[in-house]
Ligand binder design. Structure first.
Ligand SMILES: Cc1cc2nc3c(=O)[nH]c(=O)nc-3n(C[C@H](O)[C@H](O)[C@H](O)COP(=O)(O)OP(=O)(O)OC[C@H]3O[C@@H](n4cnc5c(N)ncnc54)[C@H](O)[C@@H]3O)c2cc1C
Length: 403
């Protein structure tokens, strides 16, 4: 099969629309919501309705996490589906503002979790909702198998107890996908995800965090106190399958990691584009027809950063393409996130450096993008954790062998 490295033709319109939204809607309010941390970006309501309208009319697909799906297709034909379109939409809108994209109604990371794990009936029931995702706890971060939140069946309901921290969109979303264990003694196989309504009285908002970057996005901490959820709101199957172990809930990451990689690519592309403009204004033109070493140092540096970004972009597209074509993509999802997370941070900081005081000054968004990029190398699995997963998969080691 030949590989076409261009953006699929059928997504050209989507890509252009998402870029226009980034330019015309997100960029103009970007600095405002960076400063007004915890203020609700009301402009996004209108934008979300517009995206819903476009989805309903079939003219485009989701520009966010709601579009991703676990493909059950058995087609042998090469296809570019909803994972690819979501990745492209996210990449382009994050060129505008990643914090605002993370606050976009109905496009939460929990939506991707639902798409990855839910059964058909649940997919229909939650369609059109906005879902956040709550895995992290005070005593459980990178090692997500160590979560302590419990879910005990009581009649027709599960009763959830525990604490969840750092929940992106946790205050604003309508639903929160909560990871909890059915039986702590049975280890990772007993961990399941539950859809909890934000209005559930057993889910108590403790606080919102103050952060380095993505300040337009709310990050919430919750207590779950005898939080009762109907048993139909356990995603997937309640059986504890020791053979498949963690596979059920972990499928979530195969869908979400390429999207976080797409976010990092979008932010880094924004930094590079603005740096190129500022260099041009300073009289330094990048010449794409001459070797880098024969050009001014700043132009050579920009060329090097652009090639790093292109590698990250292609790895991200490959991971999304594999998901669309029913190819197991855990390795590629982690590789794309590791690469894009790292180069996103490197590129945005190097752009600050290349532009000197302008890069550091709040009159430009470059300093903001350098702050925003860091989280993309942390959440959905840190750089170190992605490398650990990649090593395990390549060396065929278990999580007990290599930790
Ligand atoms: C702004 C923000 C938004 C977030 N949004 C969400 C969300 O929506 N939902 C959610 O569930 N979580 C969310 N998180 C939490 C995030 O996923 C965790 O912070 C992340 O998984 C790391 O966990 P930790 O902070 O406990 O760090 P730790 O796990 O304590 O790690 C600390 C350091 O040690 C390294 N480390 C840990 N274990 C190993 C190892 N075995 N080998 C090598 N190095 C290792 C890590 O890479 C890291 O550098 C968010 C966090 C932030 C800051």
């Amino acid at each position: 099969m030949t590989i076409n490295l261009e953006t699929p033709k059928k997504f050209k319109v989507l890509s252009e629309q998402a870029h226009t939204v980034a330019q015309e809607v997100l960029r103009p309010i970007s600095r405002h919501y960076d400063r007004a941390e915890h203020a609700y970006p009301k402009e996004l309501d209108m934008l979300a309705s517009l995206i819903d309208g476009m989805n309903e009319s079939g003219s485009t697909l989701g520009a966010g996490a709601s579009g991703v799906k676990s493909s059950a297709s058995t087609e042998t034909q090469n296809r570019n589906g909803s994972n690819m379109s979501s990745a492209i939409g996210v990449m382009e809108t994050c060129w505008g503002d990643v914090g605002l994209v993370l606050s976009m109604p109905r496009q939460g990371l929990g939506n991707a979790a639902i798409a990855a794990v839910a059964n058909e009936e649940q997919l229909l029931r939650y369609e059109g909702s906005w879902a956040a995702m709550a895995i992290t706890e005070p005593e459980s971060g990178s090692d997500s198998a160590s979560i302590r939140t419990t879910a005990i069946l009581d009649g027709d309901e599960y009763v959830l107890n525990g604490e969840k921290i750092y929940v992106t969109a946790g205050e604003r979303a309508e639903l929160v996908v909560v990871w909890a264990t059915l039986d702590p003694k049975q280890g990772r196989a007993a961990i399941k995800s539950f859809v909890v309504e934000r209005s559930n009285p057993g889910m108590i908002l403790d606080r919102l965090e103050h952060k380095l970057g993505i300040r337009a996005s709310d990050t919430a901490a919750f207590r779950l106190e005898n939080c009762r959820v109907p048993k139909e709101d356990l995603l997937g199957t309640p059986e504890i399958d020791m053979k498949r172990s963690f596979a059920g809930v972990m499928k979530t990451f195969d869908n979400t990691r390429p999207l976080v990689a797409a976010m990092a690519v979008g932010v880094a592309q924004a930094s590079l584009d603005r740096t190129r403009e500022l260099l041009t204004e300073a009289g330094i033109e990048v010449d794409y027809d001459r070797p880098a070493h024969s050009q001014p140092a700043a132009a050579a540096a920009l060329l090097e950063l652009e090639s790093d970004l292109e590698a990250a972009r292609l790895m991200m597209m490959e991971a999304a393409w594999m998901a669309d074509n029913s190819k197991p993509n855990s390795l590629h999802a982690s590789m794309s996130k590791a690469k894009a997370g790292r180069v996103g941070v490197d590129i945005s900081l190097r752009c600050v450096e290349l532009c000197g005081s302008l890069g550091y000054d709040e009159s430009e968004l470059l300093e903001k993008w350098a702050r925003d990029a860091k989280i993309l190398d942390i959440f959905e699995g840190t750089q170190q954790i992605q490398q650990l997963i990649i090593a395990r998969l390549l060396l065929k080691k278990t999580s007990a062998d290599l930790r």
